[in-house]
Design a protein around this ligand. Structure first.
Ligand code: PLP
Length: 401
């Protein structure tokens, strides 16, 4: 008889976005004349910038000729992209990273989930709460014990150290869904914790490009000795509109050394290389050429214009909601605005109120973990006209709470 991984049965169904679309579809069926505005999606809405499209066209033409055609990509990524990342994201910021510590992937979701392949199932794992659901679910799939680190207004969204010594710690900054950040001093405390307890930090920096304040680290490696304790995940999805193209990268430093149960030293970089060479066959050449193009000076200008557009949306949402008396968090170094629901409403009650009264869709905070209950997430990834219309409608909502 087939034996299954029964941990899959024990994890919660990922019902958040299906529940949202079910409710929206039911509402649409009964209210065909109503125009619904979504401020809930975590996907980008603006077209991929011209430099990327041009680079992809050029690379596609290369694929059409036998002399320039490329087959399997190197599983760790093409050197042209690794060198562009190294120079622009690290060396120019004074961070020392080596080319064989960078692994190109098909987006941060894969590697934040797959990294568990090289970690024992008996690790005690600490994860910020609320969080991107991949961290909790993939650890539960592997049968690991998970301790949630509550992030709330009471602790200014700065997670406290775990009650039980954590072997692995997931941090995500700028944070999805709260839009909050850690400054260098706060992040240093976590690096020091990991050094002292021989823990591994898995640092998800998918929203790094949205940081606007100077005291917020773009990379965990800005903190002294972080290369001894941290793996960092980056994504081109929100940085450059690659949600449909699929590319990102993971840094696994060579200083990350641990020991086997027999006391033998092992390098996580070597283990990750081994894992990737067995299970991953590289990101498409044309997509990697597209990613390389964002590091050109035109590329930087073009992606910055799109990020600025989203962040202006964030400013509009945040200021308007505050004028209506709502308490907001985030939205300054991240495209997410996290609000406290009025009158202690549950996240889903607030969702229903918004949908039914003003036809706006957001994301209930409880979908991101226990600590998200009583909160609600708006994203800034929409079109400006929709955002302005949504803010106009929100004014009408205040009479209901
Ligand atoms: N990490 C966080 C915190 C995210 O919010 C997302 C996507 O929403 C990802 C990773 C996944 O990004 P990618 O599109 O690169 O897989």
């Amino acid at each position: 008889m087939i034996k299954i991984n029964e941990n899959y049965i024990r994890i919660k169904n990922n019902y958040l976005f299906s529940e949202i679309s079910k409710k929206v579809n039911e509402y649409k069926n009964c209210n065909k004349d109503k125009n619904i505005i979504s401020l809930g999606i975590g996907d980008v809405t603006q077209a991929v910038v011209k430099v990327v499209i041009d680079a992809i066209h050029k690379a596609t033409d290369e694929m059409a000729k036998t002399e320039t055609f490329r087959g399997y990509a190197p599983y760790e990524g093409y050197d042209f992209l690794i060198q562009a990342i190294l120079k622009n994201d690290f060396i120019n910021r004074g961070i020392f990273v080596e080319s064989d510590e960078i692994f190109i992937n098909d987006g941060a979701k894969s590697d934040t989930g797959n990294i568990g392949d090289i970690l024992g199932h008996n690790n005690h794992v600490a994860i910020v709460d609320p969080a991107y659901p991949v961290y909790v679910d993939t650890n539960k799939m592997a049968g690991r014990t998970v301790e949630l680190l509550t992030c709330s207004p009471e602790n200014c969204f700065v997670p406290m150290f775990p009650k039980k010594k954590a072997d692995v710690i997931y941090l995500c900054y700028p944070n999805n869904p709260t839009g909050t950040t850690l400054n260098s001093e706060q992040l240093k405390k976590w690096v020091d914790y990991a050094l002292e307890n021989k823990s591994l930090i898995l640092f998800d920096a998918a929203y790094e490009a949205y940081i606007s304040q100077s005291n917020i680290p773009h990379s965990i490696y800005e903190i002294l000795n972080a290369k001894k304790v941290a793996i960092e995940f980056r994504s081109f999805s929100k940085t450059a509109g690659f949600t449909g193209l699929r590319a990102g990268y993971t840094i696994v430093p060579k200083e990350l050394i641990t020991k086997t149960s027999f006391g033998e030293k092992v390098s996580l970089n070597t283990m990750w290389k081994r894992r990737q060479s067995t299970k991953f066959n590289g990101t498409a050449y044309i997509v990697q050429r597209g990613a390389e193009a964002i590091y050109s000076s035109d590329g930087q200008k073009q992606i910055r214009a799109v990020i600025d557009y989203y962040m202006e949306n964030a400013r509009i949402i945040k200021t308007n909601l505050e004028l209506l008396g709502l308490t907001t968090y985030g939205g300054i170094n991240a495209p997410y605005i996290w609000i406290k629901t009025p009158n202690t409403m549950t996240s889903w009650d607030f969702f229903d109120l918004l949908l039914n009264q003003v036809q706006i869709v957001g994301t209930p905070g409880s979908g991101f973990g226990e600590a998200g209950e009583g909160f609600f997430r708006f994203t800034a990834f929409g079109n400006r006209d929709n955002i302005l219309e949504a803010m106009f409608r929100m004014k009408k909502l205040s009479e209901f709470y």
